[in-house]
Structures are given as C-alpha cells and as structure tokens.
Design a protein around this ligand. Structure first.
Ligand SMILES: [Zn+2]
Ligand SMILES: [Zn+2]
Length: 281
C-alpha cells in the first residue's frame, strides 16, 4: 500500500442528510444499495460466496458506517476485492483513504478521472448560480480539491471489463465529470449509473431530504459538460436497463425506469440542462 495519501485542503464533513440515510436496499440478490447521508454506495457480490466489490466510497467521515454495512452483509472482518469509482467527486470518495488503509485493496477508475484522484487537478468550483434549489446554493460548501491516492489507484482495464465483476462492463459516461463511468450487466440489464443520471432532483433540498423519486439529469452544480452529459444519458438509455442504481436517489426499476429514462434521453435539454449557469453553453 502506498501510504502517501491525503484529502484536499477543503475536505470536510457536510451536514446534509436524507430520510434514507443509513438504509440499505437489496436491489438484486447480489446488488445492495446503501445510502450514506445523501449519496449511495453499492456492494456488488453474492453474500453466499463472500466475493464482492465496493462501488464508490460515500461522504466524508463515513468510513465507520461503510465498514459496518460491509460487515453486516458479508461477515465480520470481510473486505471487498476492490473499490471501483464511478468518479472522484467528494461525495463518492469521502471515506476512501480510511477504507484503503483498513482493507488494503486496489481502487479502479477511468484514466480521465485519475488527475482528480492523484492530487493533480481540482474539479471546477461548484456552480452556486445554476438554475435550481437550496442544494445548488449551498454547493459552495462542497469540497472540489482532489484526493491524493498515490499508487493505490489504477486505471480500469481498456477492454471494458470490471475487475472482480466478470459479468459487468464499464461504460465511459462523461459530462458530469471527464472520467465518469457507469457499470452494466447485459444478462439482466442491471445498471450502476453513478451520477450520469439520478432519481432525485439533487439541487432541491426538500426533494433530497424526502428522496422523492423523479428521474433527473446529473447533479447540476457539478456538471460542466452538458453536451457530453446528454450523449451519456442517451448511451445508457440505448442499453435498455431494467434496474438502475444511481449515485443519488432511490433505485428505479422496470417500466418506470424504461419510460422515465426514455423521456430524459429524448427531452434532455428541457429536463436536465439548466436554463442558466456557469457551465451552460
Ligand atoms: Zn458527482
Ligand atoms: Zn454525487
């Protein structure tokens, strides 16, 4: 393990939560979605075999919570084979250093996301002026400086395979961030979408608190490339997923998912792209 790791200088606990915080849902027998305050992590793997992977690493200071969830599902002392990151925003890498130190497992991400995971480049400042509600306005609190994971972070295999998840492949879904990826399993249409699209209007505090289910484009205050974001939603829609676990909001399945995702792909500019904001146009 490379011990040379640190969070950005603006790293801090964010006091925002939802009614689903601390709750888990077994979406499929081998896919478990757990909510850390306002973001989801996924445990992918069958509890009967004990082999599993963690997808994303929660909010700042949530390591104890995540370790507790892992051990209650897979047994005391259990650890994942690897951590796969959909992207490197603070709410997806919040506990990653403590988790690497504890488990000593490799982390994988898209090559275009590595500068933000190796302390080389900050994400753009969150856009507090973007069209949207209270969460957009408070997004100036959100850390945007990169984590430094050193040699612990590796690039995902070029052939699209996902380490330790042989049935899944990763799909580059940029727009929300340059190296954003989603994971898809052909045989049952299971999609782990990250923030390519979400099922809660993440800019609006009331909806985040109550987790009111509504398909939505990527969280606006951190999305910088709306052309790529639209293309990514269309790519995912064409896969015809039957189950989607998104980075924020309650998992969406079946017809509701298919109809809503089709609508989002068709009407992306109306539904997802903000009318105004720093990164629009
Ligand atoms: Zn994000
Ligand atoms: Zn997020």
């Amino acid at each position: 393990m490379d011990k040379n790791m640190n969070y950005g200088d603006d790293y801090k606990m964010i006091p925002a939560s939802s009614i689903n915080s601390g709750q888990g849902i077994e979406v499929l027998p081998d896919l478990y979605c757990y909510t850390v305050q306002i973001v989801n992590i996924v445990l992918a793997g069958d509890p009967n075999t004990g082999d599993f992977v963690l997808i994303d690493a929660g909010m700042p200071e949530s390591a104890e919570d995540i370790i507790g969830v892992v051990e209650s599902r897979f047994g005391e002392g259990s650890k994942p084979k690897a951590i796969i990151l959909t992207h490197g925003h603070f709410d997806h890498v919040g506990a990653i250093i403590e988790l690497i130190e504890r488990w000593q497992v490799p982390v994988y991400a898209h090559p275009a996301e590595l500068p933000y995971l190796k302390g080389e480049m900050s994400y753009p400042e969150p856009d507090t002026t973007v069209e949207g509600g209270m969460v957009a306005k408070m997004s100036k609190l959100f850390p945007n400086e990169p984590v430094q994971l050193g040699e612990n972070v590796h690039t995902l295999p070029e052939d699209g395979s996902v380490p330790h998840l042989p049935e899944f492949r990763w799909i580059h879904t940029p727009g929300h961030s340059p190296g954003h990826v989603s994971l898809f399993r052909e045989k049952d249409g299971a999609l782990i979408a990250g923030d390519a699209f979400v099922t809660v209007r993440q800019e609006y505090l009331y909806e985040v608190l109550t987790q009111e289910q509504e398909i939505s484009g990527p969280p606006r205050y951190l999305t910088t490339d709306w052309v790529a974001a639209k293309q990514s939603v269309q790519t995912l829609q064409q896969l015809n997923p039957t189950v989607a676990i998104t980075g924020h909001g309650v998992p969406m399945v079946g017809e509701a998912l298919q109809n809503n995702l089709k609508m989002l792909a068709d009407k992306f500019d109306d539904m997802a792209k903000p009318d105004y904001g720093k990164y629009v146009n």
